[in-house]
Design a protein around this ligand. Sequence first.
Ligand code: DHB
Length: 305
Amino acid sequence: MRSLDLSVDIAGLSLKTPLILASGILGLSGRLLAKISRAEGVGAVTTKSIGLKPRDGYPNPTIILLPYGLINSMGLPNPGAEAFLKELDEAEDLSSPLIASFYGYSVDEIVETARIIAKHPRVSALELNVSCPHVSGVYELGFKPELVAEAVSKVKKIIDKPLFVKLSPNTHLIVDVARAAAEAGADGLTAINTVKALAIDTELFRPILSGVYGGLSGPALKPIALRCVYEIYKEVDIPIVGCGGVSNSLDVVEFILAGASAVALGSVIAFKGVGVFRELAEGLSSYLERKGFRSVREIVGLSHR
Ligand code: DHB
């Protein structure tokens, strides 16, 4: 059992631990998200991304398992913003903050979607996904600092909840996009989304995924994600949620030392189940105690000193 208090405050949210369920992992079901929010070690839960209108997503195959991670290409399936509100009505007894991930094909659509989902009392914060690696219109947004800034400042004018922006690693401009989001009023950054990837069927001579491209997640992503967090922390002064390839508690520690104030778990949940939150919280607590620290905050960005 862990004895240390792992609580963190990030972008106006109070989390019991710095461990967050990443977007897209356990869907949009209000009941399921509420259940996860009560699991030991969970600091917050993030929904699958929501758009203004319903989207079916792509036909199978949508996931490829690899020795070092997975590629997924679901195609942003979701019931649309209004239906999401009804879904959240089912989410009784959330015991950790719920972050609603959302996307849009244009600034106007982003603003409209934010307006709808932010009004639900169970939504504690929003996360703008400008980085889905294969849905055209959404993918390109994340490469354009001025468009991200416009979206952020317009959304911030109409919501009174914290706004995170989930950044794309598929651009050399990640720090510029991060800075633009921060200057426009974003409360936090999530770094990173998946890396655009491809797999080919050698018997059929064609791409395996029906969406052709997918997003690579899992252990292969960790050094890239860590580098992005480190670079952003140097230049941008708002809290960062580290995300990408975490599989054990020392991975969590690395992200925090690089500059993350919290860390999102994604693919590891598919491999190890929800019990991984408790395992990583205990490991983080033991690490802090072994090194003589009393809080997570004391080690945020420590590798830069
Ligand atoms: C999907 C969305 C993402 O943001 C991502 O990183 C990977 C896949 C999707 O819905 O297909």
